[in-house]
Design a protein. Structure first.
Length: 371
């Protein structure tokens, strides 16, 4: 196995040693890739390109005929089992071969219907296997990035920023939110993105007061906030960035609110260091916005981890119980959202290092005014 895969598998086995579970069942697409190198895509929640079973001495990748050749090529150190009908039809044979007595499955990815089907099949086949839900076994490993992962994230972020710079001249009154979202998506694809981290958010005027607005047919007007949130995916890794800009000369309200959000972000980033809690960093930004009179207009958490998924550990928010450690990557994205007027959000990605934070973005956060 590649060294990084071997190290990850070993950490899972150490977790097995400390539990009463003898088989770890990996269902989540990003965790499957992280532990095996197999890049098959699930498509949707009720479809699967395959699953992993990890024991003290064996690693098995079970998939169907659509992905068999790909699995054997990309996860060459895994035993590949190709089921001809469904996983449920093959599960008893797999567990019998692995001598499984207690399997820990990823609860975040198994549906109630799937659990009932598997449990029923095991009972029909007379196999005594206890199924128990696990949480965070792989996600906690993924939250600490290697240098190689950081470099891939840098490339994905640089690609997203380049795409943004390439479309700025086309942001003019009359262009609709949908047209703007498509222009940014197209620019990322043309710059080399494998895909999007998430659908582009492009919202103007009052629509920008919706943090996760869906781009519509509303045309952009001069003098109103234009909020963009986008990210490129490259080699499996995501980037995530937000900027708020304006066409024309900004009024005093826009200028003052933008300055408050930018200051909140700067204060939060400056506070980031190993050992600080996600809740504490969130509170620093939130307190600043509240002191300036806009506390009730900042409702979402300050940020989140980014990696193989666009939202992962750690969380920076009022309910976070996580401590930041070196190797983590998190967004810092305070905002102010005023109904009827609009919203302002500025988002950067930050790498937590031993000696403090490093902002991975190249784009300045200074106010962008398009003439």
């Amino acid at each position: 196995m590649p060294n990084h895969i071997t190290e990850r598998i070993q950490k899972i086995r150490e977790r097995l040693d400390k539990s009463d579970i003898d088989t770890f069942w990996v269902l989540a697409e990003e965790n499957r890739y992280y532990l095996s190198g197999f890049r098959g895509e699930d498509g949707q929640f009720d479809e699967s390109a395959g699953v992993l079973f990890i024991t003290a001495d064996r690693c098995v990748l079970a998939t169907d005929s659509r992905f068999e050749l790909q699995a054997r090529a990309e996860a060459s150190d895994f035993e590949v089992v190709c089921y001809r009908k469904s996983l449920a039809d093959s599960i008893s044979g797999i567990f019998a071969d692995l001598k499984t007595r207690k399997v820990g499955f990823e609860g975040i990815r198994m549906s109630v219907a799937q659990h009932e089907k598997i449990a029923g099949r095991l009972k029909e086949d007379g196999l005594s296997v206890q199924m128990t839900s696990t949480e965070g076994w792989v996600e906690k490993l993924r939250s600490i990035k290697t240098e190689a992962e950081i470099q891939t994230i840098r490339k994905a972020l640089n690609l997203a920023e380049t795409a943004f710079s390439n479309i700025l001249s086309g942001i003019k009154p009359g262009v609709t939110e949908k047209q703007l979202a498509w222009a940014l998506e197209k620019a990322m694809r043309e710059a080399g993105a494998d895909g999007l981290s998430f659908p582009v958010i492009a919202a103007a005027g009052p629509n920008s007061a919706l943090p996760h607005a869906i781009a519509g047919n509303r045309p952009i007007e001069a003098g109103e906030p234009i909020l963009l949130d986008w990210g490129a995916r490259l080699d499996g890794y995501c980037s995530d960035i937000s900027r708020t800009l304006i066409r024309g000369t900004p009024d005093k309200n826009f200028q003052s609110r933008y300055a408050i959000v930018r200051e909140a972000q700067q204060k939060a980033i400056e506070s980031i260091r190993p050992g600080i809690g996600g809740r504490e960093v969130d509170q620093i930004a939130r307190n600043h916005i509240a002191r300036m009179g806009y506390g009730k207009y900042f409702g979402h958490g300050l940020g989140h981890g980014v990696g193989l998924r666009v939202h992962e550990h750690p969380r920076l928010g009022p309910s976070s119980d996580q401590t930041l450690v070196p190797g983590m990557v998190a967004t810092v994205e305070p905002g102010i959202y005023l109904p009827q007027w609009g919203g302002i959000r500025i988002e950067n990605m930050v790498w937590i290092r031993e000696d403090g934070p490093e902002v991975l973005n190249s784009l300045d956060t200074a106010m962008t005014c398009l003439e």
